[in-house]
Every structure is written in C-alpha cells, then in structure tokens.
Write a protein that binds this ligand. Structure first.
Ligand SMILES: *Cc1c(COP(=O)(O)O)cnc(C)c1O
Length: 399
C-alpha cells in the first residue's frame, strides 16, 4: 500500500474484492497446510461462480426471506435519541430467526456447500451461537453438522449444546489448550484436512484463510444493503453520518459497512476492552490468516476476555485491519460495565433487550454523544447484531 495511515481515501476504493493473493492491504492470505490451501481454492472458485449466478442469489434471498425473516426493520430509537441528542437508528438483526446476524452467513455457506456437493458442515463455536446457527442451516438443507466446542464452553453453555443436538448436530468436545474457542477452531481446521472431499468448513466470521473473510462479508452485506435502502427512504440526507457496529471477528460490522462503502458515512467498530484486536492488536498469523491479534512479548496469542462471548476473539478480520490502516474506519473499545449499562438503558427506553455484543456498539454511541465524539444532532445507524435472550442469566447475576 502506498497510502499512509491518515491519507484521505476515496470511498469507492475500499471494500471491494481482495487481491489475487487474497489480501486486504498487507492482511489476509492463506496460511494453511497444502491440503487446506487447495480446499480453500475450491471454496473460492465455487463461491465466485455462485455469487455471479442470479439463480444462487435468488435461492439465498428466498431462504433469507422465508426462513430467516428478512428484511429486518430499521427502527428509530426515539426516546433514547431524545435523551442523547442524536438521531439513532437500529438495524434489527436481533429479529432474525435464531436471534442474530449469524444466520445470514450460515445460510449462504450451507447453500454453497450443497452446490459443491458436500453433505456435511464442520464448524467451531465458542458460546454456541455460531454452532446453533450452523446446526439450523444444516437441518434446513438436509446436511449433517459437526460442531467443535471447547470442553469449558460446553460446561458453560449447556443450553446451546442441547439446542445443537436437538437440531441434529454432533457436538465434539475439545480438550486441548484452554479448552475454549481458539482451540476449537484449530481442531475444526485439523478435522477439515481429513474431510475436505465431503465436508465444507463453515467459518462464523470474517476471519480465517482467504476466501472466508471476503465470502462471509459478502454473505453479511445484506445487512448493509437493506440498511442503505432503508436510510435512503427514511433520512433527509439519505445516508447516516455515522455507521456503528460491534466487532468480534467483525462480520456484522463488515456487512454493514459494505453497504455504505461508497458514501461519506464515518465507520466506527466497537470492540470489547478485553478483545481489542483492531484497536490494540499487533501483526500476526492465526487460523490461516495474517491480521491483528492480541499477543504477548513472545508473539503468543493472548486469550481474550469479554462479558459478551461473541466478542471473545483475540483478533480481528483482515479487512478491518486494512480499514483501520486506511483510516476508513476507526476502532474503539468499551468495558463490560459500559456494555451492561447500555443494555439496561436500551431495554428501558426502547423496550429492546440487546445481546451484550450489540450493547457494546450502543455503549460507544452513548459515550460519544456525551463527550463530543458524536456532534449534536448526528445521524447514527447502529447494527443491533442480536437479541439478549442468551445473556439473561449473565445479566441476572449482575443486576
Ligand atoms: C457472534 C456475534 C457477534 C460477533 O461477531 P462478528 O463476526 O464480529 O459480527 C456480535 N453480535 C452477536 C449477537 C453475535 O452472536
């Protein structure tokens, strides 16, 4: 890249396809064993072909409408906006089937797997949200699902484990390392090595080897495209001044940003204080991809910590790292306490209990409206990535 960090960018230069080597700037790539590089190449080829095929697009749009409940509304947060002195609009991914944006991506990948003649989906899951979404899509399309999950997470997320099994998925406990998401991901990738002929590896965010960061962003683009049309109909300016979303790996944010890449809207990604790959990570390679990760002095990946399981990832997708370098998006962090406070505030002003992940984005809006980070009267589009039902027991212990 010849651009320096703070050089102004032409909006249209960003959020296109990665380079031929699967890069966004200096990030991305395929850092995997030879057999997986070949499997990724097949996924890439199949995805390119499918994405250019109106038949595939139409079939996916129908699944999203009839099964997942799209389009989701754009809800003006009227009472909270008055309190904050900004105009806040919520893109309601919490209203999708299974309760978060994850369904957009898994339906896309499940349909692609079917097209590729695969009969099984392999996935990893931390708290179980991506595992449940994968099991749901597999059941809908008549595929098998094998979900790798850390032993510690299995103990903590009993209900989601049951849900996956109820949907017919096989849940495999991972007993290595810290027995959480990072280890489950490594195990799922190793398992895929021996099963590439009949199985598709369904990654849950804009992370992993090329083409996943790009493909998952394209499957999540529906959030941004719907929101763009809804803003055009709803807002006097047609486009919001700010587009805000929480960032774990970064898929709901990337899908939202993509719909506004050619506008002057300012992008803000909000990470958990204990999982701030984009805000505080350094260059590294993990799970097949070069990006920004939390690392110690020896370059070992540091375990992430967040009250929101979906933000508990020690890195960030390569495209976010690139958007950060370009200055096209900024990344900020929010503490557990701020997120819990924001969740309560949304519940009491708008009658919506958000997922704790989404509450991070809202906490940033609340803070920025108070400290000048957002100018008075700013129009803000925020993606409400999921609903808070899964977090009720966590909240109950704190409130
Ligand atoms: C998984 C999850 C996230 C984080 O994932 P991204 O890929 O960063 O979008 C955010 N919100 C909810 C509700 C989730 O389930």
């Amino acid at each position: 890249m010849t651009q320096t960090r703070h050089a102004p960018v032409q909006p249209s230069e960003t959020m296109g396809e990665p380079t031929a080597r699967g890069r966004f700037g200096e990030y991305g790539g395929r850092y995997a064993p030879e057999s997986l590089v070949e499997a990724c190449r097949e996924v890439d080829e199949a995805f390119r072909e499918a994405w250019a095929d109106p038949g595939f697009r139409g079939e996916l749009a129908e699944l999203l409408a009839l099964h997942a409940g799209r389009p989701t509304p754009l809800t003006p947060a009227r009472r909270l906006s008055r309190e904050l002195g900004v105009r806040l609009y919520l893109k309601r991914e919490d209203l999708t089937h299974t309760g978060s944006h994850k369904i957009n991506n898994v339906l896309g990948q499940a349909l692609l797997a079917t097209r590729m003649g695969r009969r099984r989906l392999i996935a990893e899951t931390g708290a179980g949200q991506h595992g449940v979404a994968t099991a749901t899509a597999a059941a809908l399309l008549g595929l098998e699902a094998t979900v790798f999950m850390g032993e510690r997470d299995i103990e903590r997320q009993e209900l989601n484990v049951f849900r996956m099994r109820m949907l017919g998925a096989e849940v495999i406990p991972v007993t290595t390392g810290s027995r959480t998401l990072k280890d489950a991901t490594s195990q799922a990738m190793r398992h895929w090595v021996g099963a590439t002929g009949d199985s598709h590896y369904c990654i849950g965010s804009v992370v992993g080897p090329d083409p996943y960061p790009w493909m998952v962003r394209e499957f999540q683009r529906v959030i941004g495209e719907e929101a763009r049309a809804q803003c055009a109909a709803e807002l006097a300016a047609g486009v919001p001044g700010y587009v805000v979303a929480c960032v774990g790996g970064g898929s709901n944010a990337a899908g939202t940003f993509a719909g506004f890449a050619d506008t002057t809207a300012r992008f803000v990604g909000v990470e958990a204080d204990g999982g701030a790959g984009a805000a505080r990570g350094s260059l590294g390679v993990l799970h097949g991809c070069r990006s920004l990760f939390l690392q110690d002095g020896d370059g070992q990946i540091v375990e992430a910590h967040s009250i929101a399981a979906g933000l508990d990832y020690p890195g960030v997708g390569p495209e976010h790292a690139h958007l950060r370098d370009l200055g096209r998006a900024r990344y900020d962090t929010v503490t557990d306490d701020e997120a819990v406070g924001a969740a309560v505030r949304l519940a009491r002003t708008e009658g919506i209990v958000p997922a704790l992940e989404s509450a991070h984005a809202l906490a940033w809006v609340i803070r920025a409206a108070g400290d000048g980070g957002l100018p008075a009267g700013a129009t803000v589009l925020m993606t409400l990535s999921g609903r808070g039902d899964k977090d009720i027991s966590t909240l109950k212990e704190l409130l």
